[in-house]
Design a protein around this ligand. Sequence first.
Ligand SMILES: Cc1cc2nc3c(=O)[nH]c(=O)nc-3n(C[C@H](O)[C@H](O)[C@H](O)COP(=O)(O)O)c2cc1C
Length: 385
Amino acid sequence: MGLRFLTSGESHGQTLISILEGLPANLDIDIDFINNELRRRQGGYGRGGRMKIEQDTANILSGVRFGKTIGSPIAIEIKNKDWENWQNKMAPFGEKPEDFKDFTKPRPGHADLVGGIKYNQKDLRNILERSSARETASRVAVGAFCKLLLKALNIHIYSYVVSVGEISTSIIHEDPILNAEQAEKSVIRFVDPSKDNELMEYIDKAKESGESLGGIFEVVAINVPPGIGSYIQWDKRIDGDIAKAIMSIQAIKGVEIGLGFESAKRIGSKVMDEIGYDNGYFRYSNNLGGTEGGMTNGMPIVVRAAMKPIPTLMNPLRSVDIISKDPLKAGKERSDVTAIAAASIVGEAMLAFVIAYHILEKFSADNMEELIIRYNEYINYVRSF
Ligand SMILES: Cc1cc2nc3c(=O)[nH]c(=O)nc-3n(C[C@H](O)[C@H](O)[C@H](O)COP(=O)(O)O)c2cc1C
């Protein structure tokens, strides 16, 4: 069946649960690393009040014993601290409190209206609780496990923000590690921290006028060997899986690999990455972002994602009450002004999952010892090709 995961949980429900199945046994699990990943997702200038309440930590319920995976499904729980304030409003049984109003004013840009129609729910809270990006905490926990698997194979994943609204930077280094180091110094994971003050002012201004902002982040994977993924069938292409995984993150509206849309404007010789050989194959450039023919080609995998502005606006847009059908302003929930920093961490998690999935598909192994033998054999084979 390969590597797969499911998540469950509502934004203000009791807890978030994820189940990750298919990791080989004997992978060392560092719980501090997993919790640090969760902490990284909670950061970023422009976040709303919720992140001050939550201090996410992973409670591993199964699949790990004495710090190592045992091959069985891994269940991860992340408790919602805010549940204390929502227990009777989100209770699985009993009656809804009389003073707690239904959410009937769908927000444009959210799942509220279409979800209400689809699931026949007149209290749109039943939609927004699950469509909320609170779910991305689960993805980051799952992604942390995948990153640990990849680290054991010396594959590493980095991310950084390259634009927030209209503010962008031309300072993007070729070395993704350097970019990521810079981003860790910035209040919003911006690749050029010298712009932090300008960005904070920009975000504050948006907040004051009841507006929100989007942005662009890059996520990069290094040391992925060539030949992961395949061209032989549409659904075996790793570029397709990467695009789907990144696009599946809430509010992502565009995904590019390598030059992406820019490549359409250039002539062929300014796009293709010329091939050289020096004790192994190398490329003179990485315009194609590390994939050719739906396979990795050994160069860094470089993915860009565009996030739309946060749809909950404190100066709300026009909507309609779904009960009275009266025109009114959309509802409000406590909300981020921008979550681009957090989205970049979710991007790391999703890229880690896709690469781990394809690696396990190619080197199918029940335990880490088996995986490392097969993987190293392949690396040697590639060198000698
Ligand atoms: C990390 C992260 C945090 C988000 N925080 C918020 C938020 O606080 N308020 C909000 O309205 N939308 C937020 N969003 C975006 C919405 O979840 C998303 O736009 C909505 O569910 C509709 O999905 P779609 O934009 O993919 O169509 C966030 C997205 C991400 C990735």
